[in-house]
Design a protein around this ligand. Structure first.
Ligand code: ATP
Length: 358
């Protein structure tokens, strides 16, 4: 199996759009890496440069230690799956899965038949070989697209929003299924999505893209719990953000004056006077019944519950502090329920607050 390296990859389209701006990443053999970010940030372009459908304007790409920057797609030995499956409608499922091996001319009919059977087994659809794509459901067609991509034993699997056209329930099933298959085969995978939940649940590492750049690359827990920039904090999940200037730095914590509140937060690479943002995730905020009126200790806010949203396993509260700040607090369903109009006191432990670049 093989890793993928991108070094300073830049892509400027004819006409001038600078879609990718010098991205670097070393993807290990067998790793599942997700490129995630808002529409137009350059995810698909980056993936297409790895596949060889786009040539980078600058930088190099190597697969399995070989520089493939100038190699055409068919010399790169990657398998690709698209959002719309792109199965050949007039071919049977067997012929679809066999396609890549067939056109290579490197395999006997027996080898192809055996590999197709193995792939259909892998995606848990044995026995559909004689059908045509229109006789399968959307989820089944996507499994076949995956079987087709994997059949020729590619060095890497490249997936461009492969689950985007499936409904929510099927999409969640396929997230688990896709990850199972990827781990079973042990194939290096680059996955593109704009869905943050998908990126967080599926990946070994994710690269959060913004305006052609990687803002942060890391394992899901790290990127979620320890975002480096305001953009990353805001894009992945819900973030309570507080802007202010640093008044002191001590023992790994900084105190930030946010005009209506003083917040102590984890973060030691900042300087007194610097303008920063502090992020706190909704599930990290504690709520108590309101104490004495006007009590404004560090990291504490008196607030009123405005809205309550049941999200199945959790409840989300929208709160407004007495000085007009909006806060989002999440609790497990059934624990400590509050109602709109309730007065509460909100605490955020310094260890649950992170300084991010403003
Ligand atoms: P989405 O999630 O909407 O697919 P993306 O993050 O995958 O977006 P890209 O498709 O890589 O983004 O596009 C990045 C930028 O490059 C966008 O501004 C887009 O308009 C532009 N772009 C993409 N393809 C071309 C092209 N063939 N010619 C010119 N500009 C392009």
């Amino acid at each position: 199996m093989s890793g993928i390296s991108l070094s300073g990859v830049t892509k400027r389209y004819p006409g001038g759009v600078l879609a990718v701006k010098g991205v670097d990443i070393d993807i290990e053999s067998g790793e599942f890496v997700t490129l995630v970010g808002p529409s137009g940030c350059g995810k698909t372009t980056t993936l297409r440069t790895i596949a060889g459908f786009e040539r980078p304007t600058d930088g190099t790409i190597s697969i399995d230690g070989t520089d493939v920057t100038d190699a055409p797609p068919y010399e790169r030995n990657t398998g690709m799956v698209f959002q719309d499956f792109a199965l050949f409608p007039h071919l049977t499922i067997h012929e679809n899965v066999a396609y890549g091996m067939d056109v290579s001319g490197d395999y006997t009919d027996e080898e192809i038949d055996a590999r197709v059977a193995e792939m259909l087994e892998l995606v848990e659809l044995p026995g559909v070989g004689d059908r045509t794509p229109d006789q399968l459901s959307g989820g089944q067609q996507q499994r076949i697209a995956l079987a087709r991509a994997l059949a020729p034993r590619p060095d890497a699997l490249l997936l461009d929003e492969p689950l985007a056209s499936l409904d929510k329930k099927l999409r969640e099933q396929m997230q688990v299924e896709l990850r199972r298959i990827q781990q079973e085969v042990g194939i290096t995978t680059v996955f593109v999505t704009h869905n943050q939940e998908e990126a967080l649940t599926m990946s070994d590492r994710l690269a959060v893209m913004n305006d052609g750049r990687f803002e942060q690359v890391g394992p899901p827990e790290e990127v979620y719990n320890d975002p480096k920039t305001r953009f990353v904090a805001d894009f992945l999940g819900t973030a309570n953000l507080f802007d202010g200037s640093v008044t002191s730095v001590e023992d790994g914590y900084a105190t930030v004056d946010c005009s209506d509140a003083t917040i102590r937060a984890l973060g030691n690479s900042v300087e007194v006077g610097e303008t920063v943002s502090v992020v706190a995730r909704p599930e990290r905020l504690a709520i108590d019944s309101a104490g004495a009126d006007g009590a404004t200790a560090e990291n504490t806010f008196d607030a009123t519950v405005q809205f309550k949203r049941h999200l199945g396993s959790s409840v989300e509260y929208q709160l407004e502090t007495d000085d007009g700040r909006e806060l989002v607090v999440a609790r497990r369903s059934g624990t400590d329920e509050r109602s709109p109009g309730d007065r509460v006191s909100v605490r955020i432990g310094p260890d649950d607050c992170r300084i991010v670049e403003a």
